[in-house]
Design a protein around this ligand. Sequence first.
Ligand code: BTN
Length: 254
Amino acid sequence: QQEASASRWGGHVHMLTTVGSTQEEAKRLAENGAPEGTTVIAEEQTGGRGRQGRKWHSPFGKGIWMSVVLRPSLPLLSTPQLTLMAGVAVCRAIRRVSGVDVGIKWPNDLLAGDRKICGILLESSCYENELAYCIAGIGISVNLAEEDYPDFLNGVGTSLLIERGGASVDRSVLAGAVLTELDSLYAFYLEHGFSPVARLWEAMSVTLGRQVARNTPQGRMEGLATGLDDNGGLLLMDRSGQIHSVSSGEIELI
Ligand code: BTN
């Protein structure tokens, strides 16, 4: 069992060995009234979930697989802002502890170069358009070597270990840093609003200034990523100079 330092939230950290998904476990705790900051961390997930219904490979002892309960008094519409806020917090923690120069791909994938190193899944539960709670699920590929995950590492994924030329990262130190950064940026966001958080996100972004594509059932759209709108949507300028706001889904850097 590993230790993670407690955050200002009060140290409701549940350390598990094997779990289906920390996301489901955190949801269960939240439904039963668990306080804000309640955190579930597992050594291994057998049913780790990614965005868009994808699976999230979570091998034993190699990564940080954690979910944190948030209880903001905000409208459901704030969810995309919280999504970006979580990305900034995790990016700060990874940079500080590992020294790896990660950047954020909209909305909150963390990349080293063009390879993904961390994914964040923010799920909200609401009551009459007000948030009841959110679960911020964070998956960081910390000490995975190439052979731990050939599919994931096949051109699209990487780990902190690989980016550091084989030097491992202490997962409990990193998990503690993630909680500290999330706690403090979340408090900052609640006090000062989204705008200063959006500026932080922009400074860490690897999306802005690049051509990106988005595939929807209506077709493919390409444009230059120019900034964020007030809700955390991505602003894309198409060839004719028209600006479009993308509020959900995945984008591809091209
Ligand atoms: C993504 O698709 O990029 C998001 C991946 C999120 C993975 C994390 S690992 C901890 C938590 N539990 C899950 O089942 N998923 C999230």
